[in-house]
Design a protein around this ligand. Structure first.
Ligand code: NAD
Ligand code: UD1
Length: 332
């Protein structure tokens, strides 16, 4: 297939570019570089031994998208492009709705104009809100508590309407749990600007001595050690989940699919700290801090649907996640 990756130079997009290229798909990267760097294209060349076409553009630029879809004879799109920081979305909701929701509408218009009807969308476990039960299966009710989550849910709902309107669409809504880790080469990974919001990049910077200690947000949750529990998934497993989704869509007779991409296993903050210390050989000092507003106690996936219908399962261990993160961090 000829696959356009919007947000293709971002963290998950570039790992997916590797997985698709290695499975002999033709990949085109489309990104406005608002949260990634052009040197990712060089790094991808080192990893894949191929120069992947890159178009610098915004997903809200419908004419440029149409031109790109046509020029590269695209047959499927994976839509990663978007803004993803929860706290920032509370401060800048208009920017989030513009980028994420308007960007998705622009993409759908471009796909409609060019007759391309196969789409994989990056959604998030955040659409489940505060879990009513665990593990979270795909039929768990959705709810949101911040503009980022609401933008994802709006897009999911729009995609359901699009699939309902025309049975030729093949759409997969992938709900990611907590992606972490990096490519085995150490060449690509997650390198947020400024102080990281998410746990794994924060731990990596503490281990590297770039930050003094980790703040553990709360140790009084109803979890085994009192700290928050999440379903961390290795980004290369997540990437292969996209490959599986594209393959399943090409065989499917149904227009709309929704899958959790997680491992089904939760780890606490303190378990993550221990695992990272073991993988890196470095100390990760921490202080117990108050709970972070909006955080939930536990969140992990029921991963059975993807296993059955996509024939996909995460296989990388927590140690793999920490070792690859450390290799990437050490090379920075
Ligand atoms: P990322 O920020 O590394 O990648 C997103 C990419 O999209 C960046 O390269 C950015 O420059 C680009 N982009 C943003 N707005 C754009 C626009 N208007 N036009 C063109 N390009 C644009 O983030 P990521 O972690 O790779 O996330 C990819 C997708 O997965 C996002 O939609 C995110 O919401 C979703 N997601 C991520 C996580 C996570 O923890 N990383 C969890 C659940 C869902
Ligand atoms: C966050 C987002 C979520 C998004 C997900 C993607 C929030 C509130 N939620 O989820 O919408 O889909 O990222 O990866 O931002 N922690 C610490 N200290 C830190 C950082 C985190 O103790 O410095 C704890 C948190 O309290 C939580 C766990 O580590 O228990 C994971 O946090 P994080 O990596 O930010 O992910 P989520 O909160 O699950």
């Amino acid at each position: 297939m000829n696959v356009l990756l919007t947000g293709g130079t971002g963290y998950i997009g570039c790992h997916t570019a590797v997985a698709l290229t290695q499975a002999n798909h033709q990949v085109v990267l489309y990104d406005n570089l608002c949260n990634s760097h052009l040197d990712v294209v060089d790094r991808l060349q080192t990893i894949t031994q191929q120069r992947l076409p890159f178009v610098q553009g915004d997903v809200r630029d419908t004419p440029l998208l149409i031109k790109t879809l046509q020029e590269h004879h695209i047959t499927a799109v994976i839509h990663f492009a978007g803004l993803k920081a929860v706290g920032e979305s509370v401060e800048m909701p208009i920017a989030y709705y513009d980028n994420n929701v308007s960007g998705s509408i622009s993409l759908l218009l471009a796909m409609q104009a060019t007759g391309i009807k196969t789409l994989v969308f990056s959604s998030s476990a955040t659409v489940y809100g505060d879990p009513r039960y665990l593990p979270l299966d795909e039929s768990h009710p959705t709810s949101v508590t911040n503009p980022y989550g609401r933008s994802k849910l709006h897009i999911e709902d729009m995609l359901a309407d699009v699939a309902q309107s025309d049975a030729q669409w093949r759409i997969a809504r992938l709900r990611y749990f907590n992606p972490v880790g990096a490519h085995d080469s150490g060449l690509i990974g997650e390198d947020p600007n400024g102080i990281p919001n998410n746990l794994m990049p924060y731990i990596a910077r503490v281990a590297a001595g770039k930050l003094p200690y980790l703040n553990v947000f709360g140790n009084d949750y109803p979890t085994p050690d009192g700290t928050g529990v999440r379903d961390y998934i290795h980004v290369t497993d997540l990437a292969s989940g996209h490959l599986a989704a594209l393959q399943a869509l090409s065989l499917s007779t149904q227009p709309l699919h929704t899958f959790n991409l997680g491992t089904g296993q939760g780890y606490s903050v303190l378990e993550m700290v221990k695992a990272f210390e073991a993988a890196s050989g470095k100390k990760v000092p921490y202080h117990i801090a108050p709970r972070r507003a909006g955080d939930i106690a536990s969140c992990y996936a029921q991963a059975a649907k993807a296993a059955t219908e996509l024939k996909w399962k995460a296989s990388r261990t927590l140690d793999d996640m920490c070792v690859s993160t450390w290799k990437f961090q050490s090379a920075r």
